[in-house]
Design a protein around this ligand. Structure first.
Ligand code: ATP
Ligand code: MG
Length: 565
């Protein structure tokens, strides 16, 4: 990574690794992995895991594998694989060698399964799914042994091979580990290792019709790859005994250590791929990369930078306790970044025409303004002052509220980087709406204070002739409820109830905006601070006829003050 970064904060995982290195465990090596299931686009929660895994590998001079955990072919797709590769690279990380796939190991996993059967530690079970559920017991009730548990090794080997050859229907048989149906940990009650799925796989085609389960696949993939520290989220804590059990039975190249950490939850949004997919499929948003989505692709389109997301991951830290992080923390990180890196520009979101009567209609004056007030190295831009300009509608009031500092009939205002103007006449349409202001300028105020009076307000503006049409998309929280999932859980149909809390005003489109002429060469992804308005990033929807900007974040945190809207 090229960016200069501060030293990462320490955390309990680093302490474990430091201790391991002191004890020369794994010969002092650190190899981690990020194991996404390619069943959706990555979200900000995954970014936490990516920054943690790749960040540790980098800091300890080890490596990190990107491994697709692709054991559920029905739900997986190449589109998701491509997006994941793009997102991890975009965040600034490099995986070791080629991307890996759990499906690369299907052959080895099959051999390991045969080994377990031979050790009498796995058996083919022919209970129906319903029966199996009943036999499993519950949290308070111990499970019962399957009647197939004591089948002979020979019979199990034969049945397992015939499962592989496609002789049985889906659901007719499974391979189960033989552990303990009385275990208080349900994950240890003879968990399923293999199931029959007669579907094509995006990597292995039709080679397999039995697919290994996540818990069986994951630990073995880690061991095959020589992962030293296998980091996962807290919900896998109860699966750790199974992780270790599988590796303890088999002669694997290594026995990685599983360490759990708290997943990231962010308020006013959701971090579940399944629910995000629902938002996309049901068209509540305009796709996975809709700038309102907490996906990495959505954040990128919105204008978040890789550095801001890495900074966020570092700030929220790594703990063992689940919590909810405030969206304003994420917004703080991008504001910090863009404050330094985004050039300034003027864009009038809601234009009101202003004719400067004291300015001749053919006169054009070039005015120079810095691209960044604190960073000379960004250079300067040229603004064009002309007779007809636009200001924002909210910067003029006929009947101003108290302490109003902008333009009124009686109050002058400075045009940013330009002259002081006063309003002589207000022109209205038949509905009584203000459609134009007739003003005059004080020619003696360019770069200096007006004589004998104070002008407090400074407003932004653009020339009518030298400005570009723009569409500006203003985003608000995707959900109006702080914890849409939690609120949904109070209802019977909790699974789709989170949709009730979608914020109907999460997108506001300003179609008539005008941007200063210096933005002519803007490319999608370029970010600016539109003075007085916020940080904005050009959207790929921009075309020759119209620029499209996404508001990345407001200038200040309006939520902190207002609480909620
Ligand atoms: P989802 O619930 O969104 O489907 P998942 O955990 O099933 O998430 P995976 O593709 O399996 O998604 O996740 C890949 C890795 O990212 C896992 O190691 C997982 O623990 C981690 N991860 C997923 N969500 C979060 C989160 N919210 N915070 C931190 N890590 C996460
Ligand atoms: Mg998962």
């Amino acid at each position: 990574m090229s960016d200069t970064e501060t030293k990462p904060s320490s955390n309990f995982i680093r302490h474990i690794i430091d201790e391991d290195i002191r004890n020369n465990k794994n010969n002092g090596q650190v190899v981690t992995r990020f194991p996404p299931e390619p069943n959706g686009y990555l979200h900000i929660g995954h970014a936490k895991s990516i920054c943690l895994n790749f960040g540790l590998a980098k800091d300890y001079k080890g490596g990190c594998n990107l491994r697709f955990d692709d054991t559920n072919p029905e739900k997986e797709d190449m589109e998701y694989i491509d997006s994941i590769l793009e997102d991890v690279s975009w965040l600034g990380f490099e995986w070791l060698d080629e991307p890996k796939y759990a499906s690369n190991y299907f052959g080895q996993l099959y051999q390991y399964a045969i080994e377990l059967i031979k050790q009498n530690k796995a058996y083919v079970c022919s209970l129906s799914p319903d029966e199996a559920r009943a036999y499993r017991g519950s949290l308070t009730e111990r499970g019962k042994d399957s009647p197939y548990r004591e089948q002979s090794i020979e019979e199990n080997l034969d049945l397992f091979e015939r499962m592989k050859l496609g002789e049985f229907d889906e659901g007719a048989k499974v391979l189960r580990a033989k552990i303990d149906m009385a275990s208080p940990n349900i994950n240890m009650r003879d968990p399923i290792l293999y199931r029959i799925r007669k579907v094509e796989h995006h990597q292995t085609g039709n080679e397999w019709c039995i697919y290994p389960m996540y818990d069986y696949t994951h630990c073995l993939s880690d061991a095959i790859e020589g992962i030293t520290h296998s980091l996962c989220t807290l919900e896998f804590e109860d699966h750790r005994p199974l992780y270790d059990w599988v590796l303890d039975q088999l002669q694997t190249p290594s026995h990685p250590q599983q360490i759990e950490f708290a997943r990231l939850n962010l308020n006013y949004t959701i971090t579940s791929k399944r629910k995000l997919k629902q938002l996309v499929d049901e068209k509540h948003v305009h796709g996975w990369d809709d700038p309102r989505m907490p996906t990495i692709s959505g954040l990128r389109r919105r204008g978040y930078t890789p550095a801001s997301i890495r900074d966020f991951s570092d700030r929220i830290g790594v703990t063992k306790v689940d919590g909810i992080v405030d969206m304003s923390t994420l917004e703080f990180c991008i504001r910090e970044d863009l404050e330094h890196s985004a050039p300034r520009a003027m864009c009038v979101l809601n234009p009101l025409k202003v004719t400067i009567e004291s300015w001749s209609d053919d006169r054009v004056e070039d005015l120079s303004a810095p691209k960044h007030p604190k960073d000379e190295s960004m250079g300067r831009r040229t603004l064009k002052m002309t007779q007809v300009i636009y200001i924002d509608r909210s910067d003029f009031e006929e009947v101003p509220p108290p302490k109003y500092k902008r333009l009124t009939i009686d109050q002058e205002v400075r045009l940013r980087n330009s002259y002081v103007i006063k309003c002589n006449e207000v022109i209205k349409n038949e509905q009584g709406e203000v459609i134009e202001l007739r003003c005059s300028h004080d020619a003696d105020t360019l770069g200096k204070k007006p004589e004998g009076r104070k002008v407090k307000g400074v407003i932004h503006w653009v020339s009518e002739q030298y400005s570009l049409p723009a569409e500006v998309r203003i985003y608000d929280r995707l959900f109006s409820e702080e914890n849409p999932d939690g609120a949904a859980k109070k209802h019977e149909d909790a699974d789709s109830h989170f949709l009730d809390f979608l914020n109907p005003d999460s997108l506001m489109v300003m179609n008539e905006a005008r941007a200063e002429i210096s933005l002519e060469e803007t490319q999608p992804g370029d970010s600016f601070q539109f003075e007085r308005e916020g940080y904005f990033t050009a959207d790929p929807d921009s075309g020759a006829d119209k620029l499209v900007f996404n508001r990345t974040v407001s200038l200040r945190d309006s939520w902190a003050k207002a609480g909620s809207k």
